[in-house]
Structures are given as C-alpha cells and as structure tokens.
Design a binder for this molecule. Structure first.
Ligand SMILES: Nc1ncnc2c1ncn2[C@@H]1O[C@H](COP(=O)(O)OP(=O)(O)OP(=O)(O)O)[C@@H](O)[C@H]1O
Ligand SMILES: [Mg+2]
Length: 393
C-alpha cells in the first residue's frame, strides 16, 4: 500500500487550481495541502513551512501566467529544498521551457490542459520516485500572527507577551506591529521607537541584519520591535510587496517574528502577513459579536488556502461565568466548528502591566499564576507539529 501524500498547488489561476484538485480526487491516498495563489519569489518560504507539516509532499507550479518569474520561484524553491519533488506545468511543452525548468530542478512536466491520464501517471511517477529523508526542521524562522476579531479584546497584549516569552527563551525575535490605527505594541512595552516601517520600506533594497538592528528598537528582554509611524498618512507608503520582501528577510534571519495584525483582515498587508504565517492566532472573546466575526474570518482564511490546523482560536479575557451575553467554550467551538486552542483568563494584572508599560511576563513575580498560564500557552503553540504528521505516514 502506498504512503499518503500531499500535493501543494501554486498558481494564480483559479481554474488551474480547481482542475488539479479535481484530478487529485481520483488518486487514492492523496490530498491537497496548501494552495498558493501566487507564484512569487518567496513561494519557498511558505512551502518550507508547509512541508514541516507534510513531509511527504510534492509541489505543482503553474508556469503559464508568467514563465520567467515562475522559473525564478522554482529555482529559489529548489535551492531552499533541493529534495523537494516539483512538477511544473505550462501550455506549451516547447523545448526551451522544459529544458530550463529541468535545469532549475523540476522533476516532471505536465502540459495544459492537463489530461486525466497524464495527471495520474505523473502522480504515479512521484509515488515511485525515491524519497530522500527530508530535513523536517527547516532553518527558516516562524511567523506567529495575532489577528483580532474585535477591538480591545487583548490582541496586542497576547502578541507582546508571546514575543517576550520567546525572547526570554533566547530566541531571536522581531515583534512587528501592523495595526496602523492603534500602534500599541510600543506603548505596551514602554518604547518610543524613532524608526518605523517607513524606514524599513526605504531601506528594503539594502536591508541586512546589521542595518536593521542598527535602527530598530530593542526591548530590554531582547526582542526587536518595529511598527507603524505615528502619522496615519504614512500608511500608504508601506505596501504589500514591501511587506512580503520584509517578511522574507525576517524568516531568513530570525527565529521568530510575532505580528500584531490588529483586526483589519481586509488590509492587504495584514492579509499578506497571514499568508506567510506559520500559525495564525485568531483572537476572540466570549462576546457574540467577536465570535460572529471569527466565523467570517475563518471562512475567508480557509478560502485563501489555509487549513484549519494553521489557525488557532485563542479566547482572550476568558471567564467561566457565562451568561446571555457571553458564550461558553463549547458554544464557541460549535459555532466555529473548530477547537478552541487556548483560553487566556481575564486578569486585572494585564491592565496593571499596561500601566507599568512592561509586558506581564517580563517580571515573573508580578502575577505568577497568569504568568504560568501564559507560558503553557506558548509551550503548546511552539511544540513542533511535524512529529504528528510524520507519525501518521
Ligand atoms: N486577559 C486579559 N484580562 C484582562 N484584561 C486584559 C486581558 N488582555 C488584555 N487586557 C486588557 O484589555 C485592554 C485592551 O488590550 P489590548 O490593547 O491588548 O487589546 P487589542 O485587542 O489589541 O485592542 P485594540 O483594538 O485597541 O488594538 C488593555 O487594557 C489590556 O490590559
Ligand atoms: Mg491592539
């Protein structure tokens, strides 16, 4: 019996992705892993994160939209993960394209429109191909994004304390504030950064670690901190492609990036942050307005190719006292059709921490009980997942 495998699909063409999905339905022991709606130069970042979860996987890249940039993404992907099995696809099987793709490390080629028999045979070739041991733990950093479903529910608090605990554990960490309207991360840690994402944007072309660390604020706990500028008009200067380039820099150079995404999922930079995230923490509280929004957010994230295990529902300001205004964990779970990953209890100490302008976890004696709870949340959230995926294979 063959080993179950996962196919990742990279194409900006919805029909292509649908056609691959349809074809895969007929292949036993297979499923679609992630879908990438863009064949971009940092495709490899997402693929590397995904193959940690699904070590036995192949990627199919659609070259037909933009052959040149498709080949570039292929090249970077094969440089990053040489053992990865990659199938490319194009309308024309002209010698030039095929040869170039093969030189860049493609393992197979499918001509579009893809015939069922061709697809089946390609999958059989993949299944027969020798499987090298994939290095499961990639060297790439992790991206943890906290996305709020309502204002004022504790999204920033969670992001700030999460970054703090990782830094205390000697990880190299960058906290990124993408909430332009609130700009609260700096406030919660008592920093007043001189440089912001605008300077990141200006220096992207020559960005390296030394330059970045020379202008960015460093928290006493050790993590770096970068956020929006205080003038709201500056917002338009930090575009989605800039963020993508910045995110690539972050995952290449740091152990973890922790993003406060605020609550505006429609912001294109926030959407892009979700795209490169290892984990999205969807922050809710027990109010129905928040849970209803969570439903809509989940639907959107799943539509954009996220699997449910990448999205973790965190209940903030959790209280057991439920009433007609507050939902229980069970109700949340049922409404969202998704388990609740963690509940962070309501505690006045968080407000106390904000008043001190230091993260709650910075001082373990400040509120020992909630401190401990928070640390177990971080433990659970950073436990490697590949182990379970590999065990199933
Ligand atoms: N678990 C908690 N228990 C009690 N209070 C909390 C908790 N988490 C956060 N708070 C408090 O709630 C307030 C809002 O928190 P925070 O700024 O982190 O929320 P937010 O969702 O990021 O808000 P905004 O929409 O303004 O960005 C703060 O005063 C904070 O101290
Ligand atoms: Mg906030």
């Amino acid at each position: 019996m063959s080993v179950p495998f996962v196919l990742m699909i990279a194409s900006s063409d919805e029909h292509f992705r649908e056609m691959v999905r349809d074809n895969l339905l007929n292949i036993p022991n297979s499923k679609v892993g992630s879908e990438y709606q863009e064949v971009s130069s940092n495709l490899y970042v997402r693929v590397m994160q995904d193959i940690e979860r699904h070590p036995n996987s192949a990627v199919i890249i659609d070259l037909s939209e933009d052959t040149e940039s498709g080949l570039k993404s292929l090249e970077r992907l094969k440089q990053a993960v040489p053992d990865l099995y990659v199938i490319v696809s194009h309308y024309h099987a002209d010698g030039e394209t095929v040869i170039q793709a093969m030189r860049m490390g493609a393992n197979d080629f499918l001509t579009q429109p893809i015939k069922r028999t061709d697809f089946r045979e390609a999958m059989a070739r993949f299944e027969r191909a020798p499987k090298r041991v994939m290095t499961t733990e990639s060297k790439l950093g992790k991206v943890y994004t906290f996305l709020g479903t309502k204002g004022g529910i504790g999204t920033t608090t969670l992001a700030v304390n999460f970054a703090s605990v990782l830094a205390q554990r000697k990880q190299s960490v960058v906290a990124v504030d993408l909430d332009w309207t609130a700009n609260d991360v700096a406030m919660q840690v008592g920093a007043s950064p001189q440089y912001t994402l605008s300077e990141v944007a200006e220096n992207l072309s020559r960005m390296d670690q030394a330059l970045f660390e020379s202008f960015v604020t460093r928290d006493p706990l050790g993590f770096y901190l970068i956020g929006p500028s205080d003038t709201l008009e500056q917002r338009s200067y930090f575009t989605e492609p800039m963020f993508r380039e910045f995110a690539t820099f972050l995952v290449e150079k740091y152990d973890s990036a922790v993003i406060d995404a605020g609550k505006n999922i429609n912001d294109e930079v926030v959407a892009s942050a979700c795209q490169v995230s290892t984990t999205i923490f969807l922050v809710v509280n027990q109010e129905f307005a928040s849970i209803r929004n969570a439903q809509r957010y989940l639907a959107m994230l799943v539509r954009t190719g996220y699997t449910q295990d990448q999205i973790k529902v965190v209940v903030s300001k959790y209280t057991k006292k439920v009433n007609s205004h507050l939902a229980s964990l069970d109700q949340i779970k049922q409404t969202l059709n998704q388990p609740v990953f963690y509940g962070i209890p309501e505690s006045a100490s968080f407000l106390g921490a904000v008043n001190k302008a230091r993260p709650l976890v910075a001082d373990r004696q400040f509120a020992p009980e909630i401190d401990k709870t928070f640390r177990s949340f971080v433990d659970k959230a950073t436990k490697p997942q590949a182990a379970t995926a590999a065990a199933g294979a």
